[in-house]
Design a protein around this ligand. Structure first.
Ligand SMILES: Cc1cc2nc3c(=O)[nH]c(=O)nc-3n(C[C@H](O)[C@H](O)[C@H](O)COP(=O)(O)O)c2cc1C
Length: 330
């Protein structure tokens, strides 16, 4: 029988992974992605230092909907010991992939020598990878950027290190510690692809099926990871996967499907957090879901004042009607 990794990197069909998104990839989002046929789903990054210090806090800290597979559990931290302790704590959830975050530029994390700061410290990164590899025999990946300072291209060294330490694949986000205003550098991702023999996943600026196909063509990567493209569009990874498999562009989700997922996402959030907090969190998702409708900008402010599920449903009907009744004139 083929292992999960053999299936993921079958050779002909590029893999499609959904990215970890802090503040977004909670249980509700994992369930929505599963409902929309995303092939591989990620947890939010899991704080290994907090869990190592407060293992009893696990139920509160961990946002992981049990039973969703394949699931990529992303860990962040600065200590090999913390990573290994965390893996022991989450083993019962049977992660299909353990991923080590070496790309998060957030100040709080970078200052603590974790996330992207690890790309300034190859020996520490190597120690972490070695320790995790010896405690977890399943699929292991690391997620990196091109480097820290623009032009200081360290990704090839990290990719080679990962390969020689027995990591199974690597994801490369084609940016340095720069903002999204700069496009992802797919040519540098291609250079990383070329310097190792194990699978490389390309990440950065995939919002459409064509973007996914172009990244694969341009870089020769073994798969794509989608991040911001998931926001308000949880169907994207499933559609990309189908496109990769068949070469045929699958239909866009119907209006009925879009409304169903909109309501379902709110419902999942309320199940997870209770009504008050669930609704507060849903506001940003609602704005993302509704972005595609015409003339929606006039409703944007209103979305952020809604306090009851029924208000979201009413507003969405108003927006859909407004879209239908006021075709674009340009
Ligand atoms: C809101 C948000 C949260 C993110 N959280 C994480 C995270 O927890 N772990 C991680 O490795 N990357 C995180 N990222 C980075 C993305 O996974 C991805 O590498 C980056 O956004 C580039 O992909 P994109 O151009 O498709 O968005 C986050 C990005 C965003 C926008």
């Amino acid at each position: 029988m083929k292992t999960f990794l053999q299936t993921l990197f079958s050779g002909e069909v590029p893999a499609t992974l959904s990215a970890p998104l802090a503040g977004v990839s909670d249980e509700a989002f994992q369930r929505i992605l599963r409902d929309c046929n995303a092939p591989v789903i990620s947890t939010e990054m899991i704080p290994t230092a907090s869990l190592a210090k407060h293992p009893k806090g696990l139920p509160k800290i961990l946002r992981w909907y049990p039973g969703i597979h394949p699931i990529n559990a992303q860990l962040f931290g600065y200590s090999a010991e913390h990573m290994v302790q965390t893996i022991d704590l989450i083993r019962y959830l049977q992660p299909d992939i353990i991923d080590i975050n070496m790309g998060c530029p957030a100040k709080k994390i970078f200052r603590n020598a974790a996330g992207l700061a690890l790309m300034n410290d190859l020996p520490r990164a190597t120690r972490i990878v070695r320790a995790v590899r010896s405690s977890f025999s399943g699929p292991l990946s690391i997620k990196i950027r091109l480097g820290v300072q623009p032009g200081d291209f360290r990704a090839p060294d990290f990719a080679r290190m990962a390969e020689s330490e027995g990591v199974d694949f690597i994801t490369v986000h084609g940016r340095y510690r720069t903002t999204y205003s700069q496009p992802a550098d797919w040519d540098s991702i291609a250079a990383v692809r070329d310097c190792v023999s194990f699978p490389v996943i390309g990440n950065g600026d995939i919002f459409t099926l064509e973007d996914a196909r172009n990244l694969i063509k341009r870089t020769g990567c073994n798969g794509v990871m989608i991040a911001r493209g998931l926001l308000g569009n949880p169907w994207l990874p499933g559609r990309i996967d189908r496109f990769f498999r068949t070469g045929v562009i699958p239909p866009e989700p119907t209006l009925q499907e879009r409304l169903r997922v909109f309501a379902q996402h709110l419902d999942y959030l309320i199940q997870q957090y209770g009504e008050r907090k669930g609704i507060l969190i849903f506001r940003k998702h609602a704005a993302w879901y509704l972005k595609g409708f015409r003339h929606v900008s006039q409703f944007r402010r209103q979305i952020f004042t809604l306090t009851r599920p029924e208000e979201f449903y009413k507003l969405v009907i108003q927006i859909v009607l407004n879209d239908a009744l006021n075709p674009r004139t340009d």
